[in-house]
Design a binder for this molecule. Sequence first.
Ligand code: NAI
Ligand code: MG
Length: 372
Amino acid sequence: MTKYKIALMPGDGIGKDVMDAAEIVLEKLALDAEYVHADIGWEFWCKEGEPFPQRTVDLLKTCDCALFAAITSKPKEEAEAELIPELQGQGLIYRSPIVRLRQQFDLYTNLRPCKAFEGNPLNYRDDIDLVVFRENTQGLYAGVEFHPLPADVRMALEKHSANMAAFDNVASEDIALSTRIFTREGCQRIVRRAFEYADQHGYPTVTIVEKPNVIRETSGLMVREARKISAEYPEIDLWETNIDAMAMWLLKNPDDYGVLVSSNMFGDIISDLAAQLVGGLGFASSGNIGDELAVFEPTHGSAPKYAGMYKVNPMAMLLAIKLMLDWLGETAQAAALEQAIAEVIAEGQVRTYDMQGNASTLDVARAVAEKL
Ligand code: NAI
Ligand code: MG
């Protein structure tokens, strides 16, 4: 028996390109691990009407963690049109497998480190080292949505909120409602993970990024819970910032920030902004972490126009391996991989097109493997 069982889910488009790059580095790392391939993505939606087949769910239950590359998602009507003819008209609904994976396995922490590597020509500034903790299962992405607004839902809203009067003259067919549901436990656990991380990695601040002055109940709950947890960490300062102001501060003084924590949608936005400060999609990696399973991924999508060309930057994928190693407790290997990546970036000899180079995806992976 190997020490670890790790699922590899390349998915679609450039997902396959960057997973090939990952495998070069994994081979060099020579972990005591068994790697198993898992089906996920558009191909399986078209052929089977299910982009996240049950066999993949079952396989993941037997794994310690997984590496996921990227999948293609399309709007409802387009998704229906690409099903094989036998599956059309059966009312199958496409839902993003990565969102389902997060919910099904309760991967409630989305961890997004944004660190500027020295010599990266794409850095906005060279002194950025921040980490975003985004709640990954609740809030606006929980999928509790209505259109048209059902009569009983409407009645309940009218009964409980005087502010619904503003919509009195609007027909229910003309109202769409997406809910933003937070639970106390959901707020507590993401904030706690953020403080633990700050504590373990020596960050002096945790910034809670919400909007409690306007979204009083949900943002308010999260900020209040953050204040309570913060009291357990007297050596770490809790800063409170509104999401809109945070976007501005991140451009103005990105070096001021250490750990940021936010709810699902605000965290999504702020982590993409932060990622762009340190090189963008070619460098942005993330972990989706639960108590039982963790899935590590580059945050970019399947970039169909580059699929199979081995042109895109695999650094985000390789940094996802680094996050996985940290999570597994293989911290020496994680540090070695980060060092190898840093050296390849600093030397500037092997770069993909986004860094004004002409190396291939696999060239970069080989250069990193060689440093290892
Ligand atoms: P995308 O991230 O796939 O690509 C946008 C553009 O960013 C690309 O055309 C390319 O110019 C650049 N890019 C992306 N990854 C890069 C890399 N590693 N190196 C260099 N440049 C890179 O986003 P897009 O085009 O909006 O979506 C394409 C498909 O991917 C859609 O079907 C979308 O739903 C899906 N998607 C999947 C995600 C996931 O699997 N987690 C996340 C985002 C989008
Ligand atoms: Mg995003």
